[in-house]
Design a protein around this ligand. Structure first.
Ligand code: ZN
Length: 206
């Protein structure tokens, strides 16, 4: 297999992943071995369901220094390695209000600090979401299609984002993480039960 073929395979997997929405869950079988290994190593650094930190409400950030910018960079690399499209600081055990995301391949990494949904449109859409903290779980989540979000950038300057579709979904998913909310809380009772069962089975199999 040539390098370019391998690359295409990874890209295709990533595209499918992006279609599935949220902070992610590419099936490992669809990734080339190198990407799959990198993803596995990244997931080992991401807090998994059952870790109480995922249920913790993160506090506001008031220091905009090099340490914060390095943290953003580290989270971006981790998210890429995990083949995710978003990551919240709480998912790496840092309980403050920072999230990163990138919904379009090749785009610059977006970082939002102290994000607040200022407005959300009345239209909602249900879409399948995965989460790096819940590998193997995909559930339907209903969310507003349009949101306006106020936040600070890495230098502490106010920014405003008008997002729709997948970007809006990812931002809302990551803000949920900062509030200790998971996709299991936003899906139907049946899908939650099914997800819990499949996670238990995966744990027992491991
Ligand atoms: Zn998530």
């Amino acid at each position: 297999m040539s390098d370019s073929t391998t690359e295409t395979t990874a890209e295709e997997a990533l595209e499918e992943e992006v279609e599935a929405g949220a902070d992610a869950d590419a099936r490992e079988a669809e990734l080339d071995p190198e990407t799959a290994a990198r993803r596995k190593a990244a997931l080992a650094q991401i807090r998994q369901f059952g870790d109480p930190v995922l249920r913790t409400k993160a506090r506001a950030i008031d220091r905009f220094d090099d340490a914060l910018r390095e943290e953003i960079e580290r989270m971006g690399h981790l998210m890429d390695d995990a083949v995710g499209v978003g990551l919240a600081a709480t998912q790496v055990g840092v309980v403050h209000r920072l999230l990163v995301y990138r919904v379009q391949q090749g785009a610059e990494l977006a970082a939002l600090i102290n994000p607040e949904v200022e407005w959300s449109g009345r239209d909602t859409e249900s879409m399948e979401e995965g989460c790096l903290s819940l590998p193997g779980v995909l559930v339907d989540v209903d969310r507003p299609v349009y949101v306006r979000v106020r936040a600070l950038n890495e230098r502490g300057e106010p920014i405003m984002i008008e997002a729709s579709g997948l970007e809006a979904r990812v931002i809302q998913h990551e803000i949920d993480h900062l509030d200790g909310v998971l996709i299991l809380d936003r899906t139907s009772r049946e899908q939650r039960k099914e997800a819990m069962r499949s996670m238990r089975e995966a744990q027992q199999a491991a």
